[in-house]
Write a protein that binds this ligand. Sequence first.
Ligand code: P6P
Length: 347
Amino acid sequence: MGKIVTLNEFIVERQKDFPYAKGELSRLLSAIRLAAKVVNREVSKAGLVDILGAFGTENIQGEQQQKLDVYANEKFIAAMRAQGEVCGIASEENDDFVSFDSEFHKNSKYVVMIDPLDGSSNIDVNVSIGTIFSIYRRVSESGPATLEDFLQKGTEQIAAGYVIYGSSAMLVFTTGNGVNGFTLDPSIGVFCLSHPNMKVPKTGVIYSLNEGNYLHFPDGVKQYIKYCQKIDEPTNRPYTARYIGSLVADFHRNLIKGGIYIYPSTASAPKGKLRLLYECNPLAFVVEQAGGMATDGFGRIVEIQPTELHQRTPYFIGSPEMMEKAMQFMKEEGVPSSQEVVAGNDS
Ligand code: P6P
């Protein structure tokens, strides 16, 4: 085992990659790191304390809020507020964005978008869950954060990543110079570089989607599923179906092993289920930096101009060769009226 590189040492070494005033990256990510350790502590003992079960409230998505995702939301917002670089935060758990209106924050340069605990319905059954985050420069001059600060295209992200609370806790992120993964060593409470310069395999044999919705899938998705299931030895088909029901866990496995994750439009989710700002864009930034692709079936996710904080989008993400094949089927079926082709899409 070579020299252990901690997250802090890595950030200091890479400060030159982050063309912002010295120390801003480390302060921005240290808030994420601190909150992730606190949330991991609670997640890792979730069965032992009364933190399970529904909180009795619903979030804007109309989803039952689990105690742990409310807890995680509070921890990440508190860590960002205390840290000072961020003037506001938009969270899956809050109907509107939270603006940090104080003298201390009025000149803060960044905003954060976050899904504090994605896949939280899996908490009670001990399945891996995750935090997904995205960091942007604010577009407003100073003072309270504005809606425009949050409605930026994914191409404007300056950093993004996720924490997966699984057999180990890992923080995986990019600042636009590749993707690096850090594993928490619980014995010393430090994230250590364990997956340097992560690259998604160009192809794979894993496809991840909820086939229970098959009847309501767009024809292009149905054709792609049939393609995955066809017997064809030279292309290692049939592929393997793996769907955990926790986006961060499915994405992380596919990032390492190769694969494709699809959440298309369905009858109950005509615009898809996943949210553009704090689920799709951050993972799209990560996967593109790792050599993969992320689209809405037709164009790059990061090119979509957001119009609402919690807007949803159909989502295809993974190994480039698998993505090209899936998009070929989608293209043959044509763009549905509910979905304008993303600007700048040359396919
Ligand atoms: P379904 C969890 O609620 C989530 O947002 C993702 O983590 C997961 O991939 C997806 O929804 C599961 O949705 O409709 O297949 O249960």
